[in-house]
Every structure is written in C-alpha cells, then in structure tokens.
Design a protein around this ligand. Sequence first.
Ligand SMILES: Nc1ncnc2c1ncn2[C@@H]1O[C@H](COP(=O)(O)OP(=O)(O)OP(=O)(O)O)[C@@H](O)[C@H]1O
Ligand SMILES: [Mg+2]
Length: 293
Amino acid sequence: MSSNHIPSHPAPELGPELAAHTENLTKVYGRNDAAVVALDHVNVEFRKGQFTAVMGPSGSGKSTLMHCVAGLDSPSSGEVFIGDTPIASLNDARLTELRRDRIGFVFQSFNLIPTLTARENIVLPMAIAGRKPDKDWFDQVIDTFGLRDRLTHKPSELSGGQQQRVACARALLSRPDIIFADEPTGNLDSKSSAEILHFLASCVAELGQTIVMVTHDPTAASYARRALFLADGHIVGDLADPSRESVLATVTQLDPQSASAPRSDAASQPGAEPGSHEQPGDSRPRGARRAEF
Ligand SMILES: Nc1ncnc2c1ncn2[C@@H]1O[C@H](COP(=O)(O)OP(=O)(O)OP(=O)(O)O)[C@@H](O)[C@H]1O
Ligand SMILES: [Mg+2]
C-alpha cells in the first residue's frame, strides 16, 4: 500500500444529513485548581458516509471528544446529537440502548472475547441485543474484511491484524449510524495497519458507513476524506481530502515544534516495528509528548 493511498473509486457524494454533531460541547475533569478543560465549546458535525480522522497532540482532547460523542462519557455542558437525538439528557438505560443499536466501536486493543471464535465474536453484540444479523449483510461484511476463512478461529489463533479485522466486522455488523475508532492501528505493524485502513475506507466508499477515527499517524489520516485537528480542547484545523503531506504541513503549521520531532508510527514506516504508537506504559511526561500528533 503506497503512503499516498488513493481510493480505487471516488467516495459517494455526501448528503446534508448528519450522523452526529455537537453544540458547544464542553468537558471539564476535576474541580477548582485541579480542573482540566478537555473540550472547550466544541462545535463539530460528522456527515453521513464521511470518513473523518481526528488528530492532535497527546492530551488535546481526541479521546474525550470521541467518548462524549459516542455516549461513553457525559458532557459538562453543551449537547451531543446522534442523528437528531440529543443524548446528554438520556438516562443510562436509553443511552446503553442507543450505544448498542446505533454506535460501533473499534479500540486499539481489539477487545475480543478469547474463548469465542471470530464468528461468535462478530455476532455477539447483536445476539445480546436479541437481534439476528441479515445473512447477506453478514456475508458482505465478512468479505469486506477478508475473514471468510478465519471464522472458526479463536483470537489467539489470529494475527493482530486479523483480530482487528474481526473487531471492525463486529462494529459494522449492526449497521451503526457511526463507528468510532480510537487509534485502531495503534498496535499493528505497517502492513496490517495499511490493510485495516484500506478495509475501513472500503466500508465508507462501498457500504456508506460513517467513521470517525482518532489517529496520531499522518498516513492513517490520509485514508480519510477529512482530517480534524484538536489542540487544547479546541478544533484548530479541518482539512478536506487529507494527504500525508498536507497533514504533515498542517501539523507543522499548528505546532512548529512538532516539525523537528514528527510522529513516526508503524503505518508511516514500511518495515517499522509494531507498536511504535504511544503505549499505555509510555513513561514520558505529557510535556515531552505534546509536540507529537
Ligand atoms: N478521567 C479523567 N480525569 C481527569 N483528566 C482527564 C481524564 N481523561 C482525560 N483527562 C485529561 O483531559 C485532557 C484530554 O485527554 P484525552 O484523553 O482526551 O487526550 P487525547 O487527545 O486522547 O490524548 P492521547 O493522544 O494521549 O490519547 C488531558 O489533559 C487529560 O489529562
Ligand atoms: Mg486518546
């Protein structure tokens, strides 16, 4: 996969409909002297059928934005809409239902159940909801992610890339309004990253899925059709049809410090060691990590 990946066919025209949007979304952690403003009156729209990458230095609010829009965390003030539904005032039961029925998640750490096969993992959320997946749709999802010959394997019998493909298929199966992926290629080597990104882009181009993906990697962002840039809880950039070069140029413009130490992630570096993303055990102080996007 070349670094300046070009989709094999143009993305479908985007309609005016919104899969999700925020109005003055603000999230403050802690109180008084210890208060951290993670999101500061953020207004952002995610249109249906759009693939958006969210970038920004460590601590800029990317995960907080994703968690608030996905209903995993509650705003301090402001509102989040999934489609036309305002979610800030929903009670826990309604919110759980909304997340289950309308939102898909892909995490850096796959989050598969080790004792279940790939097929069982993929259908589990729908089974819990008492819903049966449409067979044609299941087949289409499985083929989109190239998983047909892996369905009877347990996660331990799959490579990291294959496990993440299972997690993506699981997220897609219920046809959610929007899929949120937080650094989905963060634990993968360059080849597996490119595969996952290609599959995610196909979901958008061929199946009309809406995806919001947090990433530190300019190459990963280049698979999206839009790149949003966060800094200190604000949206500071919004780039259409991002390429690796235009993302790097924007990062440099927004934070000249980062030019001397650009993020070097697995997907950017053919042959790079897996896991070159920030790891949970990253012991560097926040200040040392801030310049990285
Ligand atoms: N549960 C929490 N309690 C207190 N502060 C928090 C909490 N979660 C996040 N923060 C703070 O909010 C700010 C935004 O954090 P967030 O996790 O959204 O950043 P991020 O852009 O996802 O960073 P990274 O790239 O490191 O994942 C940071 O200053 C962080 O320390
Ligand atoms: Mg984060």
